[in-house]
Structures are given as structure tokens and as C-alpha cells.
Design a protein around this ligand. Structure first.
Ligand code: KIV
Ligand code: NA
Length: 256
């Protein structure tokens, strides 16, 4: 049976850690799903495989294109798609339209929107009322990179309190889960304890209800990765070696 948003909430109650990863294409999504990942996020971090320096240039069309590929692959995991920059901030109606297209066209079950400020909480409440499952995202929100940079958030008492209140407001608005990105572990623990819905941490310590990482970091596909990422395998090396072996075999006429 495919994993639902309700299932994630139950797992939090049972203390079972939720495992999430990003995917941007059919092949990777299929492997992850078969390996047993609970939640697959078609993140706008896909910017890295499109050659963008930030997530800001990613368009809704690009998200839909990749989300469709992921949707065709996944049988078990809950699929969540990021709404990219400027596809939901303008108005509730813009957010409804963008989120609606994701659900209509991709086979994904939910969308993720960044921010917990009052206007965004209102937008999210309206999406939820319309039957669209929404995941929240607070702390470091990469679509605000030009305002926040990429540094840890919630370090001062004021900013910690703001992030805490945003998480509470998002739960009230009806999100089924919240990503906590790059905030102190004790703040993430406080938020996770207080909320009924599960928190999914990235650079937010071990006390979140689940963890997410960007797959290009996990697989060692990119040159740089954030300090909180863990590189589980070095695909850059593996791919370079395979390609070089192929080049020399063709040059030497050892292949075919
Ligand atoms: O785009 C993404 O990969 C994300 C995760 C870092 C949560 O939003
Ligand atoms: Na994202």
C-alpha cells in the first residue's frame, strides 16, 4: 500500500523515523522507492542538476516535467513536489493554480511551500481547505537566499522564537509535515516535541521525526555540499572512472 500523509503522522506517534530523499528523474526515483525511502521530494534543489546557482530560476514547468518522471517511477513512497520561486507567493489563486497543476499532472500527492509568515500561512490554509496536502518548510528557506544567505537560522532568541511560532502556525493551517532546515538541534527538538505532525530535518539535528538530504549530496555527484550533508558514496569518482575506461578502450580498439 502506498504511503500517505496520515501514515507519516502515525509513524511519528510510534517513534518510527521517517526517511526522505530528493529525486528528479525516473531512474533514481525508482531505485529509491524500491530501496524503501518513505518520502520522495521533487525538490527545487534540482537547480543543481540543471546548472543553476540557486533555486530561484527553477520554473513550475521544469518542476512539472521532472515530477512527472518521478511520478511514473514511484509505487510506495509519498511523493511531494516543491512549488518553485514565484509560483505561489503572488496570491492564493496563483498558489492554488500551481499546486493544482502538480496534483493534476504529475501523480504526486502533495506540494511543499517555503515560509511560515502570516500571508504564507493563509495561503497554505486555503490550499489545505481545497484538499491539497501541503508540507511546510521553515528555518533556512533557500528561495530567500538573497535575504538570508545559506547560514544557520534560529541562532538568536528572537529568530528561534519566530521559527518556533511559524511551525506552530503552519500546523494550525493544516500542513501534514514540516521541513526544518539548518536550525540548531535544540530548537528543532522543541518544535518536534510540541507538534503533532512530523518534522523532517535537514541540518537540524537528530531529534527531528525524520531526515531528508539532497540526493546529489548523498551520492557525491556535486563538487560542493552543505556542511550538514553526508556523502555516502562518491559517484563523481565512479562516473569519471567508467567514462575514462570507456574512452581508453574505444581509443585502443579494445571495445567492442
Ligand atoms: O529542494 C530540496 O531539496 C529541499 C530539501 C532540502 C528539503 O527543499
Ligand atoms: Na526546496
Amino acid at each position: 500500500m502506498a504511503i500517505t500523509a496520515q501514515q507519516l503522522i502515525q509513524w511519528k506517534q510510534q517513534g518510527r523515523a521517517i526517511v526522505a530523499l530528493t529525486a528528479w528523474d525516473y531512474a533514481i526515483a525508482q531505485l529509491m522507492d524500491a530501496a524503501g525511502v518513505d518520502l520522495i521530494l521533487v525538490g527545487d534543489s534540482m537547480a543543481v542538476v540543471l546548472g543553476y546557482k540557486t533555486t530561484l530560476p527553477v520554473t513550475l514547468e521544469e518542476m512539472l516535467h521532472h515530477a512527472k518522471a518521478v511520478g511514473r517511477a514511484v509505487k510506495q513512497a509519498l511523493v511531494v513536489v516543491d512549488l518553485p520561486f514565484l509560483s505561489y507567493q503572488e496570491s492564493i489563486s496563483q498558489a492554488m493554480h500551481s499546486a493544482g497543476l502538480v496534483l493534476k499532472e504529475t501523480g504526486a500527492q502533495a506540494v511543499k511551500l517555503e515560509g511560515g509568515y502570516p500571508a504564507m500561512v493563509e495561503t497554505i490554509a486555503r490550499l489545505v481547505q481545497a484538499g491539497i496536502p501541503v508540507m511546510g518548510h521553515v528555518g533556512l528557506t533557500p528561495q530567500s537566499v538573497h535575504q538570508l544567505g545559506l547560514k544557520q537560522q534560529g541562532k538568536t532568541e528572537d529568530s528561534a522564537e519566530r521559527i518556533f511560532n511559524e511551525a506552530m502556525a503552519l500546523e494550525q493551517a493544516g500542513v501534514f509535515s514540516i521541513v526544518l532546515e539548518h536550525i540548531p538541534a535544540d530548537l528543532a527538538m522543541e518544535i518536534s516535541k510540541k507538534l503533532t505532525i512530523p518534522t523532517i530535518g535537514i541540518g537540524a539535528g537528530v531529534h527531528c521525526d525524520g531526515q531528508v538530504l539532497v540526493t546529489s549530496d548523498v551520492l557525491g555527484l556535486t563538487e560542493k555540499h552543505p556542511p550538514f550533508a553526508k556523502v555516502y558514496t562518491n559517484m563523481r569518482e565512479a562516473i569519471t572512472k567508467a567514462v575514462k575506461d570507456y574512452i581508453s578502450e574505444v581509443r585502443d580498439r579494445r571495445f567492442p
